[in-house]
Design a protein. Sequence first.
Lengths: 418, 339
Amino acid sequence: MKLKTALSAAITLAGVTAGGQALAADPMCGANTGEAASGDPILVGGIHGNAAPGDFSAATDAAKAYFDCVNANGGINGRPIEYIIENDQWNPELAAQAAAKLVNDTDTVALVANGSFIEMAVNAGTYAEADIMVMASACAISECFESSNIVSTNQGPLPSNLGAVMYAREELGAENIACIGLNIPNNGIWSCEAAINYMEENGGTGSMALINPGAPDVNSALLEAVSSGADTILINQPAGLALAILKAAEEQDLRDAFNWIAPTPLYDLSIPDQVGEYWHGDVYVNAELAPFQVNGPDAQNWIAVMDAYARPEDPRDTFAQAGYLSAKFFTEMMLEMDPADVDDRAKVADAIRAIKGKTSDLMCGPYYVGDADFHMPNHAGYMVKIIEGGYEIVRDCYEYDSSYFDPHLKLEAEMGLQ
Amino acid sequence: MTRLLRVTPSGAAGLAFAAFAFLAIPLLAGKLWLSVFTSTACFAMACSGVAFMYARLGMVSLTQVGLMGVGGWVMLRLNHAYALPFEINLIVAGLVTMVFGWLLALPALRLRGLYLALVTLMAAGGLEIIFATFQFPNGGEGFWGVKTGSAGAFRRPALAQSAEAYFRYTVALVTAGFLLIEFHRRLKPGRAWALIRRSEAAAMSAGVNVTLYKTWAFGIAGLLAGVSGAMLAGSLGLLDDATFRASESIMLFALAVVGGARYWLGVVIAATLYRILPALLNNWGVDADLSFVIFGAGLLHAVITAPDGIAGQLGDLLRRVVRRPSKDTPEDRPKDAPA
């Protein structure tokens, strides 16, 4: 993902323009005063995982761009946000060290836009103990959604898989899915199992083929999926490995033998070119946040912020959208707080828990946090199809149908959000 | 008995260093560095096992980090399966890994040098595949104890709930591990190992039970690896297969050679290079992979100019500095001697 070139930005611009709406000329951030913030910085942290087999830094890149924009536009009551980013490198020891540095050794008031396969599992206890809230954006493991102090703007693989499988069953006639996941219990197995359970609850069946993230052998996993008797293959992988699987399938000319579906990591503007013409029109992807052609005011502002404050090579994908949204909701919350309290971690944590009913055209439903041992505000999305030069929306915002969301729906009802 | 308990200058320095680490580091270090130092201490204990096998018996074991994984696996499995105290789990993890070390020793009994290294490397490769395939226990049912979704809670020792106390707990155990090796070196096993190192045939002719003492050495290395892996599991609350790849065992052995396998300081230097150097580079915003370049340069340095490693060179330097004032000061030198 990191290797996305400036081309993706150019394609984004072209796509947005093609949508027939004018680009937001100037980004709108925070108080939007146009004056640079000064004085004592407010410390905010962020942890991402960037090492083999995947780069999950898109969200922190986007959050950094947004905070830079906020700092150029009045900051938080005139004070700048100092955004400190650490990389866990997919290593539990480094993940613990990153949290120790940001949470224990630094007076950060919150962590924003975290994205990782590792750090939430290692650090969920640290966050709860320090009572610091994490407004994550690129969560991929169960601890991210089943902990008291972590809330993520993205959905993670479980809901996104459910959305993809639900669409495949209802629209593509899928009866037997093979889920190619990472052999990580709280990621690949967790999310593949949910997809298989959904199929079994609806009269179908499913199986999983697992890839060792340390030594990924995509051919073996693909052959295992093919031999399972499935009619639909769910590529539940980070973008790099998903592309490798599609390449291996193309070499064996497997396109027409299966339905090909994937969760959100395959929603990225560089993907249609990378998969090539062979796959155009045949890969269906669940998008956790709004596809680019929806192009509402927030989507335009996100692009404007990225163009003005991010590096050209920073990804413009779902996780970047999620990073932007987390940073935006955090900033709005901080601006609503008493200026005397914005350095107080406990008060900031309480204010984050009190967030509810935030809306954006990038999300299908409202964003909220609440005081609970689980958080998953985003559980509805879009379904798109990879076509030449981009994506075509094949299903607009839809809620995923699973008993997994019962506690979340109950919490939303209690908070008056339904 | 007197000989057993005699404290050498090097030993005194080692104990002073351990006391400093125990008392001062938790007061001076922030949580980030405390976390780094705890990992470093765990790997120092594992490294002491591989260094002692190399220095005392001339045996190259390339499974040590894999054995740490075995200890960590047992610790996590017991933690999630039973409500036993941490210490019981720790002892069982150490003993199970010791038995694992013995099993590993069986094919190694007739092997030396390159062939022994290859056998242990293959064992490390096998462990890597097992860890990657079955993952580490996280509170699930069955033998492997892996469940989908979020991991269960980990219980740290009652004495060491905080990061500071856990670091002290680790330092105390590492010191005990070093002393275990030193006591063995001073007793009958140490004499047997010294003979085996020179010549197995000579050792046999002198009545040494070579099989017993080689197996014994593997057991001690396994015990130390198991305890260190269990302590690492306690530090993080979970483990990941990437930590225990075969390449990590090779790296740990190579760094033991760089640091100086014969000395406690060499082991500390090896663990420092292994865990503190990458953390420093990370903290400075430099790619931690640069440490591999430094390790390579260090290994070349050790192979070409310092067979006793950095610790050996430091010892030589210290001896020269200490001796010079009494022998070579101008006041002591005869007046007609050349300057």
